[in-house]
Design a protein around this ligand. Structure first.
Ligand SMILES: Cc1cc2nc3c(=O)[nH]c(=O)nc-3n(C[C@H](O)[C@H](O)[C@H](O)COP(=O)(O)OP(=O)(O)OC[C@H]3O[C@@H](n4cnc5c(N)ncnc54)[C@H](O)[C@@H]3O)c2cc1C
Length: 401
């Protein structure tokens, strides 16, 4: 196993781009401002506060109110490429962190229920031979092919096809997780929109739309999803965006989930069932079905078309006809994904901007990246070596901003 902590070898040091991840005692921060209180911003805030730092989180809205549940489903590739390895690492780190958090606080916000990625029907879009993929991947403890009968047994509901079984999948009640993270001692919440940031001595000043100062700290983490590049540009840091290798292509993609009555889905599955979208185990009698992808949307909103898509999707995944009145006003949640080409997050310090970090582009896998990204930022801002032993150069390069 490659240990970054042990192996600060010449090749690694020579790669100037990697400097933002190297140990720098002067990078140690006392007070960190986190812009954005979503899944990743809240995880960074909690982890920094757990390390003894003072943290101020600023956000105007509770973006995940109504996002009753989401799934952590790992991805694999036949050649176990950096995305596949990063996703496995992210999932393992999240698993450990969430288990500890539930044990320490006694608050339950999720369960390691496992996830099935069903084989798409022949002839459907983006259909891959998942059985062949799992066999070549050859890590059955992490991802293994299961035939239809076994898949049905794992999901405790009859399923139409077999698929890949990921025992490491988690069902997360998003508002509960975020609420618990934000309640970490040392985290202070401020409810306001951040318009700009500026240098203030060795640190950073964060301002609202009227130019009023909101908070001053010695480091800032921009975890405001699709607004990261907008905020940098409003602050006069266009060049900082251009200096990043990936960030300039950041864009937003809206989508929605729909809550379906579990009794119309034969009680719903006992694990995550995905393929084209996903259906989640029931929470308080409702199964989440989602999520849609709406390109070019002006607003993130629940629509009749989105509800229909999510009803049909649940029916296809579970091989049943939900018999739900399509025009019924079903509850749901709509939100934005921040996306970069390649679907990997951007986590790192902005070049030439001391103690200005970004954590964005989490696309549809914010749960997978949240703990991995928070650990990297925590290590940097507490002046420690990277504590995630399995990270190698290719993986770090793949997520740099
Ligand atoms: C329909 C749908 C279904 C999804 N399902 C899943 C799933 O099952 N599993 C999964 O892992 N992911 C899922 N995702 C993706 C997941 O929601 C994101 O990956 C995740 O929220 C990213 O976390 P984040 O903290 O980077 O951004 P967010 O959680 O989006 O948080 C960003 C925060 O920044 C705030 N903000 C923005 N601009 C400013 C500003 N100027 N000042 C202050 N605050 C600001 C916003 O209000 C928001 O609270 C889904 C997304 C959608 C839309």
């Amino acid at each position: 196993m490659f240990h970054v902590t042990d192996c600060f070898d010449a090749a690694y040091l020579l790669n100037a781009k990697m400097n933002r991840y190297l140990v720098d005692a002067s990078a140690h921060a006392n007070h960190v401002i986190v812009v954005g209180s979503g899944i990743c911003g809240s995880t960074v805030a909690a982890m920094l506060a757990q390390s003894g730092l003072k943290v101020t989180v600023i956000d105007a809205v509770a973006a995940h109110k109504g996002h009753i549940a989401a799934a952590l489903t790992p991805v694999i590739s036949s050649d176990d490429n950096p995305r596949s390895r990063l996703s496995r690492l992210g999932a393992r780190l999240a698993d450990r962190y969430w288990r500890d958090l539930q044990a320490e606080t006694g608050v339950r916000f999720g369960s390691a229920c496992g996830a099935l990625q069903l084989q798409r029907p022949d002839g459907s879009k983006r259909a891959q031979d998942l059985k062949a993929q799992a066999e070549v991947f050859a890590q059955p403890h992490w991802a293994r092919w299961v035939e239809r009968d076994q898949a049905s047994e794992l999901a405790a509901i009859e399923l139409p096809r077999g698929g890949i079984w990921y025992p490491g999948g988690w069902l997360i009640q998003v508002p509960e997780l975020i609420g618990l993270l934000q309640a970490t001692p040392g985290v202070q919440m401020m409810f306001c929109e951040v318009n700009s940031i500026e240098r203030a001595g060795q640190g950073w000043l964060v301002k609202d739309v009227k130019g009023n100062p909101l908070a001053q700290g010695d480091a800032v983490v921009l975890a405001n999803a699709g607004d990261v590049t907008g905020l940098l540009k409003r602050s006069g840091f266009e060049q900082a965006v251009s200096a990043c290798s990936r960030l300039a292509a950041l864009h937003r993609l809206a989508g929605e989930i729909t809550l379906l009555p579990a009794d119309r889905l034969r009680g719903g599955p006992s694990c995550i069932v995905g393929g084209d979208g996903y259906v989640l185990p029931a929470i308080d009698g409702w199964c989440v079905s989602g999520g849609t992808y709406v390109r070019g949307a002006q607003r993130a909103e629940c629509t009749e078309m989105g509800i229909r898509t999510n009803i049909d999707r649940a029916g296809q995944l579970l091989g049943l006809s939900p018999e739900i009145d399509r025009y019924q006003n079903l509850p749901g949640w709509a939100g934005w994904r921040a996306v970069l080409p390649g679907r990997l997050p951007a986590i790192g310090q902005i070049p030439s901007m001391p103690k200005l970090w970004v954590f964005t582009a989490n696309a549809s896998r914010g749960l997978t990246w949240s703990v991995l990204g928070a650990m990297l930022i925590r290590d940097a801002l507490t002046g420690q070596k990277i504590s995630i032993g399995e990270l190698d150069q290719r993986m770090l390069s793949a997520i740099e901003p």
